[in-house]
Ligand binder design. Structure first.
Ligand code: SF4
Ligand code: SF4
Length: 352
């Protein structure tokens, strides 16, 4: 029950970020540069949630009725407590998914993740070896992720376990779009269940400014802070080649033992059609009100892109109290009323 007396159901899906630190330096992401804990200009007073605070938080989620937990960026396995957080959440009955760059998974961690009951592991793959390392900004990254995936598959076989389901995720940009066939081959040969290709999400600065103007007041703050300045979009003059690349990818997907998940935006780009994200098909954004994001310091955000919009801190109140507070419900209502916000067409969750 909300403080206004109106019943409010729990969001079905919560994303927790155990850390904003990352050991890679990807060209498609600027999170590592803006890392509040150890990036340039980091805030020495920033204190992330402790393992105990995270444990209590996921207990709160389970009691509240949250069904899905996503463990996301920076690199979650930089934090020693992340495997324990996964175990605790699975034991509480939640469906848990982790997103990783795959470079820190050794045999012991692979065995632990398989035993933990983690449902889904998403690993980023940007290209064949040399290109993957170039985009990730650190040599040896492809080799590490390949070995990690091999270890996970070995441990799954040893344990006779189908989980975690391995999904390879590729952010398509001008640097790799001609090599997507090779990426798919690598995903299949490494034993991924799914190879997902999503077009780069680049938020123009003016979309951020306009969104912040719309959400004025105490919530006016950067809408999304991971965008990079370098234009990595596929140049208009090269889009003519994209349709053939996608057609060949679909044919290869039919032949290879991996499920192919292609961002519909790629097809619309290739056909020079205006793209309408699936999320825009109904009234309002289906994620808003059904999702929350918890920052490493315990700040609750209403959607994955509105990272400057804090509803409150789980250090001061329970996540349920924060979500049900009239001012939070009013902000969620306003976001729905204003939907689509200027940043929405560029949202990394636009098709989910
Ligand atoms: S995309 Fe992921 S792996 Fe790459 S720098 Fe950002 S958080 Fe790290
Ligand atoms: S589509 Fe818009 S409101 Fe929905 S999650 Fe994305 S940025 Fe947020």
């Amino acid at each position: 029950m909300s403080q206004s007396g109106k019943p409010v159901s729990a969001p079905s899906h919560i994303q927790v970020k155990p850390t904003s630190s990352c050991n890679l330096r990807c060209r498609t992401c600027s999170l590592w540069e803006k890392d509040i804990e150890s990036g340039p200009g980091s805030d020495p007073t920033a204190r992330r949630l402790s393992d105990r605070e995270l444990e209590l938080l996921v207990k709160d989620f389970a009691v509240w009725g949250v069904k899905r937990l996503e463990i996301a960026d920076g690199e979650p396995f930089l934090r020693r407590g992340t495997p324990q957080l996964i175990e605790q959440s699975v034991n509480l009955g939640m469906d848990v998914m982790a997103i990783s760059n795959g470079t820190l998974i050794d045999q012991a961690l692979a065995a632990r993740l398989v035993r933990s009951g983690l449902n889904t592991l998403i690993i980023s793959l940007d290209g064949p070896e040399a290109l993957h390392d170039e985009i990730r900004g650190v040599d040896g990254t492809f080799d590490k992720l390949s070995r990690a995936v091999g270890m996970i598959n070995e441990e799954k076989e040893r344990a006779g376990s189908p989980s975690p389901t391995l999904i390879f995720h590729t952010v398509v940009c001008r640097l790799n779009f001609r090599l997507l066939g090779q990426v798919l081959e690598s995903a299949a040969s490494l034993g991924a269940a799914v190879a997902a290709f999503r077009y780069l999400s680049q938020v123009p600065p003016e979309a951020v400014t306009l969104t912040n103007e719309l959400l004025q007041g105490e919530h006016a703050s950067p809408a999304h802070h991971y965008t990079v300045e370098e234009d990595l979009g596929i140049p208009a003059g090269e889009l003519a080649d994209l349709e053939g690349i996608l057609d060949r990818l679909v044919l290869a997907g039919n032949r290879l033992p991996v499920n192919l998940a292609l961002d519909p935006l790629l097809f619309d780009l290739a056909r020079e059609k205006k793209h309408v994200p699936r999320r825009f098909e109904g009234p309002g954004c289906p994620l808003v009100g059904d999702f929350l994001q918890i920052s490493p310091r315990g700040v609750v955000h209403p959607c994955p892109m509105l990272t400057g919009c804090g509803l409150g801190s789980v250090r001061d109140r329970s996540v349920r109290e924060i979500f049900e507070a009239p001012e939070s419900q009013e902000l969620l209502r306003r976001i729905q009323e204003l939907f689509p916000l200027p940043i929405c067409p560029h949202c990394c969750y636009r098709e989910k």
